[in-house]
Design a protein around this ligand. Sequence first.
Ligand code: HGY
Ligand code: MN
Ligand code: MN
Length: 412
Amino acid sequence: MINSGQLAADRLTEIAKISEDGPGVTRLPFTREHAVAVEMIESWMQDAGLQTHLDAAGTLVGRTNFTGATQTLYMGSHQDSVRQGGAYDGIMGIALPILALKELHNEGVVLPFNVEVLAFADEEGVRFPTALIGSRALTGTFDPDVLKLEDRDGISLEKAMQDFGLLPENIPNLKRNSDQALGFVEVHIEQGPVLQDANLSLGVVTAICGIERHSVTFHGVSGHAGTLPMRNRQDALVGASKLISFVHELALNTEHLRATVGALDISPNVVNAVPHEARLTVEIRSADDNVRSEAAQRFEVKAKEIAQTHGLKLNYDRTYAQHAQQCADSLKRPLTAAVEVHAGRALTLPSGATHDASAMADLGPIAMLFVRCKDGISHNPSEYASPEDMGDAINVIVLFLRSFPVWSKTLL
Ligand code: HGY
Ligand code: MN
Ligand code: MN
């Protein structure tokens, strides 16, 4: 009997080495690292008896071959990481379903539906200012305009995909038939402390937060730090600082709201000149879309007031948005039942992070299984999940797949 939890840990340790130099894991889409990772994941899939192919969006697909089955359950997650990220975010959700299918394959189990494990190229949106490329391709919601977006070296997404050996013009052919989709179940490290605080290895997700990103630029007037009187200043950084404090205070005092200014650039960015430009990003998240949009409006109104007060010009753009996604009871219930068998109490919790499941909800019902995250640390080289907890998750996936006759009635 294989110790699947330990095998998962070994495989994730191995693939974490496929990274750019530096601390943690940096594996961006359509790069050398991504190509090497695809080879390793493909060997895992073939070891589990899956048929594999790389699709036009760079998603590596591993599919069971139960002839006669007309329905497909989708599983998987993203192979890419943030810069200097951890060894579990995304890739765990690829490795664990493969090991569950390996167990069923070794026992000669035939399921009444097929399973596709999807290793998406890009969920993080770190290299290009867009995200969820692979999952949106499968649901038919991919916007071809994003192919023009460029990375920080000026390489377009389209060029990067072509250099990776893909034909992005074929992406529209990838749309899956929702009538034959049983849904999408994603396994993911929790990336927060809730399961550890509850002393539980697994949890079932209720909803995935919505997310909105704004790009804000305050334009002032540069001047000599020593000769320009304080009263006459049009200091772009002072304006930005007022907005940053407002964003933080509002989120601190609003339930179900998280807001972050994650990036800030100023010009000329020298010790003895008044900054004439401050560019920042505001990111807003909530499992309640009304809470998110109300905060978004308040931030924009406040930015305009600040610009007025400080004699600044303002550019305020909404650059990205995706709404909150509820997980489906039809999948949550059997998943919860399986968690209760293998991990005791099944705690349910919202996800403050977004996931490929956020996009896959446009194809059919979604559900997510969270695995305990040590000290809630993620997007960080010290991110960690234990072999025991991953073993619990694999057992839950096996039981969930086997219990299909119970839950399929609600879907078919
Ligand atoms: O930003 C997120 O929530 C995810 O890690 N991409
Ligand atoms: Mn992730
Ligand atoms: Mn992430």
